[in-house]
Design a protein around this ligand. Sequence first.
Ligand code: ADP
Length: 192
Amino acid sequence: MPNPLIYRVQINQATIELIEGDITKQTTDAIVNAANASLLGGGGVDGAIHRAAGSELLAETRTLGGCQTGDAKITRGYKLKAKFVIHGVGPIYQAHNTLVQQQLASVYRRSMELAEANGIRTISFPSISTGAYGYPVEEAAPIALKAVIDYVIQHNGFERVAFILFNEQITETYAHALAQLAKLYPDIIKVL
Ligand code: ADP
């Protein structure tokens, strides 16, 4: 069954899509992992990606020496349909903490930078930090969307950026945040 597409907008040459689904099944050039700083696997998205990619993925991430919060590193995708995995390390939530907000925006921006540097034109993101790391989806969604939108406004390399959201509630929260941003910037964000 195809993934239900919930919301789609266009910014310059790129579409940004919200889809309810499983990130391990995506066929974009890259998928982004909600990794932890060790890059040695974990639960949630991380566990699902490592299971689907096979043990060669862990063999490669072991060579990377970890990753700082707010940063990202790239590997091959092995048994995944996606050619690359970008391992982004989001922050553990702390209320009213601007550093944590900046780190969440940074992990999306660094993932986009790494993708562009590797010729990736289509990419799928999960909702980073909103599982085990406790970031409320209502707070994370506008930060995630704005970081990606700011990037595609300034760079021409992307055709498609998808947010693959794990359940209906998360998807609706992202759809609401994207609709708000589209209202604020009607000349830039075209709702399709
Ligand atoms: P973090 O440690 O960054 O919070 P998690 O993996 O615990 O990362 O959760 C991030 C988000 O990903 C949560 O919203 C969770 O529901 C969702 N999620 C878990 N598994 C998948 C999957 N296979 N595909 C897409 N999203 C997933």
